[in-house]
Write a protein that binds this ligand. Structure first.
Ligand code: 5GP
Length: 176
């Protein structure tokens, strides 16, 4: 697949649909964590837009945010099956209520890796939010506590998701 121009990109999920969904997810998350001080773990780079729009809708001013980065696709559109932790967690999550925020669950390999990685840091609890999931591609059951949208098996871009490092800033989820 070569680089495409903007007018070749089709919209799969509009900005408004995403915004409404994030509002609904935030309502649930607010309820779950109303009596605790959660730590959000934002998985870079893909979930930076979803995560920032989600936390703005949370009525939890004392929550903390940590970041980590993984790469599993390199520049390909199919997963290499091997997850590289390119930036580990820097802050402590020990004894804390962690909400892991991912952009998309495809095979589930990355999420499984990340959930195990978080567990090794002895949090009090761990929940998982993902904007997107491709159920047809899942290799194993993954419990997604807060899910935006199930989508068909398409390579998608936008709203933080890239192709060759590009298209992350599209305000919608699109495909070629
Ligand atoms: P998994 O390990 O579940 O197969 O893949 C998870 C990671 O692969 C995601 O965090 C994301 O970075 C990348 N990924 C999976 N599907 C897509 C897709 O359709 N588009 C883009 N841009 N990245 C994807």
């Amino acid at each position: 697949m070569s680089e495409q121009t903007y007018n070749q990109i089709k919209v799969l999920i509009s900005e408004k649909e995403i915004d409404d969904k994030i509002t609904a997810m935030a309502r649930e998350i607010n309820e779950t964590y109303k009596d605790t001080l959660p730590v959000i773990v934002c998985v870079l780079k893909g979930s930076f837009i979803f995560c920032s729009n989600l936390v703005k809708k949370l009525n939890l001013p004392l929550l903390e945010i940590e970041f980590l980065a993984v790469s599993s696709y390199g520049n390909e559109i199919v997963t290499s099956g091997k997850v590289n932790l390119t930036m580990p967690l820097t802050g402590s999550i020990e004894g804390k209520d962690v909400l892991l925020v991912e952009d998309i669950v495809d095979t589930g390999i990355t999420s499984k890796f990340l959930i195990n990685y978080i567990k090794e840091h002895n949090p009090k609890s761990i929940k998982f939010a993902s904007l997107l999931c491709k159920p047809e591609k899942l290799q194993d059951h993954i419990n997604i506590d807060y899910l935006g949208f199930n989508i068909e098996d398409k390579f998608v871009i936008g709203y933080g998701l890239d192709y060759h490092g590009k298209y992350r800033t599209l305000p919608y989820i699109g495909y070629f």
